[in-house]
Ligand binder design. Structure first.
Ligand SMILES: [Mg+2]
Length: 245
């Protein structure tokens, strides 16, 4: 019986690369206006290269994308002779606002909203998207990030913690995600059932296959029905204010 669901965010619920590309361009244009010497020293690709370098210097925290971006903007500001904190705070605020302006895949709300009325859902992401800013706060009971739990997927820790907050055993939970290793292998290692969301129609690249493979989310309810959904727990109505967990 399935009693809870966890979902990946980036590239599972929206197409991420164009979002990040646009966010980096908008941030660069902001820098060019506010702190021009940074933008002159580093073009968009230059800031991306600096961010990779910053991440390589601290592999233990490279999964904390927010921290890595702050360090990148600080470093670029120092190189240009500007106050690092002011530049980093301003640039990250611009980046983060744009990063959370995403276009959901059309199957997301029609599938997740009815599921969320039956079962608790949690978002588990290596990225730093904000489900509330994106307009998904009403479908997820909890949102967990690699930054918050301290280790990135495929480490099973994020699912262990998600299941604890959802109040279910891992074997009663299903994870849905696009990435064969980060999502399928990781969630399996944590003891969850796995659904590989294969939107591009690629071949399964890994060894051990997911428990199910779907081309889009509209196929998910049928998979869950096959496995059996737990009856909604009796009890108080769920709060209309989802926890920011
Ligand atoms: Mg993903």
């Amino acid at each position: 019986m399935i009693a809870a669901l966890t979902f990946d965010l980036d590239d599972t619920l929206w197409d991420t690369p164009p979002v990040i590309r646009r966010a980096e361009e908008v941030t660069h244009a902001w820098l060019a206006r506010q702190w021009p010497a940074v933008a002159q020293r580093f073009d968009v690709a230059g800031l991306a290269a600096l961010r990779r370098q910053v991440a390589e210097e601290d592999p233990a925290r490279a999964h904390d994308f927010t921290l890595m971006r702050f360090r990148t903007y600080r470093r670029a500001a120092e190189a240009a002779g500007y106050p690092p904190e002011a530049v980093a705070r301003g640039a990250f605020a611009v980046f983060y606002r744009e990063r959370n302006r995403v276009e959901l895949f059309p199957d997301v709300l029609p599938v997740l909203e009815p599921l969320a009325r039956r079962l608790p859902l949690a978002a588990v992401s290596n990225g730093n998207a904000d489900i509330h800013a994106i307009g998904l706060g009403h479908v997820f009971r909890h949102a967990l990030s690699a930054r918050e739990v301290g280790r990135p997927k495929p480490d099973p820790l994020i699912w262990t913690e998600a299941c604890r907050r959802l109040g279910v055993a891992p074997r009663a939970a299903v994870h849905v995600g696009d990435h064969p290793e980060h999502d399928v292998a990781g969630a399996r290692a944590a003891g969850l059932r796995t659904v590989w969301l294969n939107r591009s129609g690629g071949r399964w690249p890994g060894a051990e296959r997911p428990d199910a493979e779907i081309p889009d989310l509209t196929a998910l309810p049928e998979v869950l029905a096959r496995w059996g959904l737990a009856r909604p727990a009796a009890g108080p109505e769920p709060s209309p204010f989802p926890s920011r967990g």
